[in-house]
Ligand binder design. Sequence first.
Ligand code: ATP
Length: 606
Amino acid sequence: MFKDFRNKYKDNIKDFVQVFSWCISLSWKVSPIYTLLRVSSELFNPILNIVGAFVSKQIINYISGYTGGYHSRYIYNLLILMALIALVKVIMIKVQIYTRMVHSEELDQWMVRNMMDFSFDVDLAYFDDPNYQDKITSAMRDGSILIQALGSSISAISAAISFLIAFVILSKENIFYSLLMIAVAIPSGAALKYYTESLYDLSLDQIANRRKLSYIQNIAFDRRFSQDMRLFQSSKMLKDSYDKLWGRLFIQRKKILKERSRVTLILDFLPEIVLVIVSGHIIFNILDGKLLIGDYVFLSGLLGQLWYSTSGFIASTMEIVENKLRMNNYQSLFKYINRIQDEGELELNKVESIAFENVSFIYPLSEKYALKDISFYIDAPEHVAFVGLNGSGKSTLIKLLLRFYEPTSGMIKINGIDISLYSIGSLRKAFSVYFQDMNNFAFSIRENFHLTNPNEINKDDEIIEALDKSDFMEILSLNDAGLDAYISKFFTSEGLILSGGQTQKLALARVLYRKDTILILDEVSSNLDPKAEHEIFNKLQEMTRGRLTLFTSHRLSNLSLADRVIVLEKGEIIEDGKPEKLLKDNKRYAELFRYQQKKYMVKAEG
Ligand SMILES: Nc1ncnc2c1ncn2[C@@H]1O[C@H](COP(=O)(O)OP(=O)(O)OP(=O)(O)O)[C@@H](O)[C@H]1O
């Protein structure tokens, strides 16, 4: 039992040292001045308190022994000292409040920026991993850990200093007072520690369900769901499941909170009783002439300080243990190692050829092959269309080419060189990709273009040229702000609301805005009206002349740009050749072509 206690004690000291060094070093990194100011001002508190109590004692003793007549210099000095202590205290409090607030905001921002940096660079695959999503959620929730850890570390040290001073001075008077007060303060601190740990463990257990709760909440606030909610009238169902889930989580938490209040109520009462007993003892000593009245004020002040510092120290160290769990949790986010390493040293300037050599791929957390033994060679300036039913692997193929994922086996080469030997930056810069689920940002039109091409000098006339290519010059006349117009009402009521096709045209214009790149167009015309589709394809024909181009489409009429078609089925290539030849071969491609041809003919005849 003693060994257990000793080990636990050792663990707590280890935790304290780890958390303290972690938060002080980060805090120093963020702002050395504020760190110094905070630590020094807060550590000064207990010293000021004791000096203040000592001066009060002297004043009361002086008054109680005063018999009238001449006022000695001594009392004037005490009063000046009292005023000085008050002044220093006020200054210290102001410094503390100011530095705490400003410093906390800086620390907060630093933590969030750190997470943003990480999230912008982490492998795409982790976004499909629920464990990673749980980690992100709890790291965001624990984003204030640095502020809390720093606060509780400083409080623990301040409490320890306060405790030591009170203990030494009080023990000189009567060691029994000190020991009794410590003995009764410990159980309440220990109970608090136990319940704080329980609550934290519970919050970790609940994290997946809490994520579900906030997902349901977001549905209520997210514009993308607003139409569906009204159309399908599913809000009641969602609210019911929200209430049910919230109720379940709340009951678990409430149970611990209730028990904590009950247990700590009894334990917190013990020090109060000791205070009364010891106060009585001091009062009787004063009545017996063994102590002065000022000693009562001083000793009961010390007793109170001993109690508060003991329980304060336990509470702070307990917070530190909790902070340790949060710190581990926060740090564990950064342990997700990218499988896709940017170790290539070659710079890709121009794409002359693309080769897939026996490439197979299974998505992480999946068991099924999304691509199976894919091989093809594309030479500039070929225009190749990937065709296939939903889920046949067309988009996956593009994601592998851009190194969003690594093939499970096989190799992808550009200009005859394994793509992992190129720097990822230069590889991705060589392509301009329109993805079917591409999002525009809720910023201005101009900012949308700048975000597509952040490392180049952006020119308005080139933006306008790109808008022309995607048949969307009209966007500039939708309100008076021109390129400064916002493309949603998320930030301003003046913002535009774009239709599905307009959204697609803007996204396409952003893709076309990137110069000297290989175009990859994934289902580019799904929302376009026939006129826009016709216009855009005419322009694309011009733009892609002499340039290697890849695209995917279900609408076989769009394949006018293709001089070669690769047909995918269930992740495998089943046909590869010129469109006319594939039609003649009369296999899958011809079948897909005929489905659409028949539909249009029936409509035309009808
Ligand atoms: N992130 C992912 N994690 C796991 N499986 C995925 C992921 N993305 C796609 N898949 C699966 O991989 C397969 C190929 O998907 P892909 O998106 O490449 O098809 P596609 O041919 O582009 O389909 P569509 O024509 O519908 O766009 C599908 O079975 C799909 O369910």
